[in-house]
Design a protein around this ligand. Structure first.
Ligand code: CTP
Ligand code: MG
Length: 203
């Protein structure tokens, strides 16, 4: 595979669990159980909700767990098909320095543990960025579901990448691909769900 394409594919595979964490809450059902809002219904000094009803404990926990499961699967498949995943190459070559190395745990050889760990940080990071976004939206007077261009589409990838960095120090130049690709993906997914009738407006 062409080197540049491989870099792009690697970066997308790496960030994929963060996308899953961000998207999963929407599909996790709308039942009453566990639908408690994270802010507990509390109101900020400005009289508006801290985060709003769109941020639930279920969405947060479910999104993080989904990210962990998907990350374990990705790493398992990457090995099975020797998929060109930079992450695996780094690990195999022992090139990674990370916060866990000084503990002397040889956990890189345990793929399930690695997947759970990386998936946890990507998922939590993604959803904490999502919460921060809602906080900023409420402070700006936007209602639940109203859009805040760029922050809605991109905010979560920055926090996900930040949170996972101590575990996997991903190459910073990945941002050159990931930022435009995330915006393109967002546009394609929205148009797609509009065309198949899942959404009333294209954006
Ligand atoms: N969701 C959730 N818990 C979360 C994040 C999302 O339950 N932590 C669910 C909610 O049903 C939410 C939907 O996923 O309405 C879409 O998520 P998002 O677009 O992030 O929320 P909005 O409803 O647009 O709210 P906000 O304006 O605060 O972003
Ligand atoms: Mg929204």
């Amino acid at each position: 595979m062409n080197d540049i394409i491989r870099l792009i594919v690697d970066s997308i595979i790496f960030i994929f669990p963060a996308f899953v964490a961000n998207a999963a809450p929407v599909f996790l059902g709308k039942g009453e159980r566990w639908n408690a809002p994270i802010d507990g219904g509390r109101v900020w000094k400005d009289g508006r909700r801290v985060l709003g009803n769109g941020k639930t404990i279920r969405g947060f926990v479910g999104g993080t767990l989904s990210s962990m499961i998907v990350c374990v699967l990705i790493i398992a498949l990457a090995n099975q098909f020797s998929y060109p995943l930079a992450l695996m190459t780094y690990i195999e070559q022992g090139l990674l320095f990370n916060i866990l190395n000084p503990l002397g745990i040889d956990f890189w050889t345990n793929e399930v543990f690695l997947g759970l760990l990386v998936g946890f940080f990507l998922g939590c990071g993604s959803l904490i960025g999502d919460l921060a976004g809602s906080f900023i939206k409420r402070r700006s007077g936007l209602q639940r579901g109203e859009s805040f261009p760029f922050m809605d589409q991109l905010g979560f990838i920055f926090t996900a990448l930040l949170f996972v960095f101590p575990v996997i120090p991903w190459p910073l130049y990945w941002l050159i691909f990931l930022v435009p690709l995330t915006l393109i993906l967002h546009i394609v997914l929205n148009l797609g769900s509009y065309i198949i009738g899942m959404q009333e407006v294209p954006f």
